[in-house]
Design a protein around this ligand. Sequence first.
Ligand SMILES: Cc1cc2nc3c(=O)[nH]c(=O)nc-3n(C[C@H](O)[C@H](O)[C@H](O)COP(=O)(O)OP(=O)(O)OC[C@H]3O[C@@H](n4cnc5c(N)ncnc54)[C@H](O)[C@@H]3O)c2cc1C
Length: 474
Amino acid sequence: MKRIAIIGAGISGLSAAYQLEKARAAGAPIEYTIFESSGRVGGSISSEQVEGCLVEAGPDSFLTEKPWAAMLCKELGLVDQIIGSNDAERKTYIVVHGKLVAMPDGLMFMVPTKLVPTALSPLFSWATKIRMARELMHPPRPMQGDETVGELVERHFGAEVVDRLADPLLSGVYGGDANKLSARAVLPRFVEMEEKYGSLSRAMLAAHKKMAATAKSQPARPLFSSLKVGMQQMVDALVARLAPDSIRLRTRIRGVYPHNEGWRLATELAGDVYCDAVVLASPANVAGALLEAVDTDLANALLGVTYSSSVTVALGYYMDQLRHLPPGFGFLIPRSEGTRMLACTFVHNKFPHRAPPDKGLLRCFLGGARDEAVLSLSDDDILGQVRGELKKIVKLNANPIFARVHRWRGAMAQYESGHIARVERIEKCVADMKRLAIAGNAFHGIGVPDCVRSGQQAADKLLGTLADLGSSKS
Ligand SMILES: Cc1cc2nc3c(=O)[nH]c(=O)nc-3n(C[C@H](O)[C@H](O)[C@H](O)COP(=O)(O)OP(=O)(O)OC[C@H]3O[C@@H](n4cnc5c(N)ncnc54)[C@H](O)[C@@H]3O)c2cc1C
């Protein structure tokens, strides 16, 4: 019997465990244990019912176009629980000089593809609009090393588009700074488009035409998917499928050391644990610290991944208090506006089943790469800040029926310039170690579907080398 240890019970570690469980149930001679430092499973995923509203403390959904999370949900028997975002209501605003300005029609991510709505939009100055028109002539440019998203977007559309679109959009996804995030890692399609077409607008139009042609033969898919009772449903369904007693909560791993053919894991309070193989599904910088005695190059490369933190604030209201809010999914706030809040989602509009008809739920985001300090404020101070800013921006002065503040310290890996080279270095080191695999949001995508895939691939690697694994000791 080979013993496999998984470090971290977030969605990456749980996905790895489920992959191992399927192999075990099919007769593979393995057993596995997940070691989780906190008192709960799920990592960044946590859903709670409050006053009939579904509060997502972390992720509220996953991108439909990345199939791995939905495929896992189907395998777990959750197919009838998958819901799509209300895309008919999809409208997002950007705060400009304190006021909500709708993102113009035809804006694909941050690239304008329709001239008239862009020309009429108050979101951009005339100088930027002229620049956008000129961008159509941008000549193809061969890929040259790495640059930041800010640099790439500024070269095409100017600094205002970095401030008003690129930065707020990436803040939402990565909690990151457009002037640090790697264009090749975060927007690989943009880099390829620039190489082929030059102009990102022309490339997007071409891609859009292609998509429209195939979409005619297929039913439209929602942009985001989630689960009726929240993302936690996925975590609970995974846990229900795992072998009993396979999860050890409140068991922090302090170090990983080679031992005979396998590994010795030093736990914080429960002594040493011996295993034949290990999946590191903790944040990469934690994995780096754990592996210092194993391989310094690998440890340093992992320690080089930086993380940002975020705070989510959920505020429940009676619908009557929110009648004056505009329709849509919510708004993003550029850094130049000087607020602490980065974004606000109108949750009751984004998904069905998130609030009863008489209630509405707002979810606000703070923190990110530029504001770690917000994590040390008290809940009351954070709530005061958010409510003050909501009052200014959307004239919302009413007392919420409930409020929840969640802090996520070091949860979002930052794909900074040089990220791809770093991941290649990490993967090269790990490839040489048959008994070790890594998973998580630090490598090939930060979203839940990417994490599911990374966990599955880590488990597959170890199952694939199972025949080579030495005997276990304990
Ligand atoms: C606020 C927020 C909103 C997000 N929104 C979305 C979204 O809408 N859609 C989307 O697709 N993605 C979203 N993400 C990103 C996504 O949720 C995460 O990337 C993903 O959940 C990370 O999963 P993970 O298992 O890799 O890591 P984590 O969830 O961080 O899990 C790692 C686990 O390892 C444990 N651990 C750490 N150190 C040790 C140790 N030494 N020993 C044992 N255990 C240890 C931790 O306690 C944790 O449980 C969001 C993230 C956050 C924080």
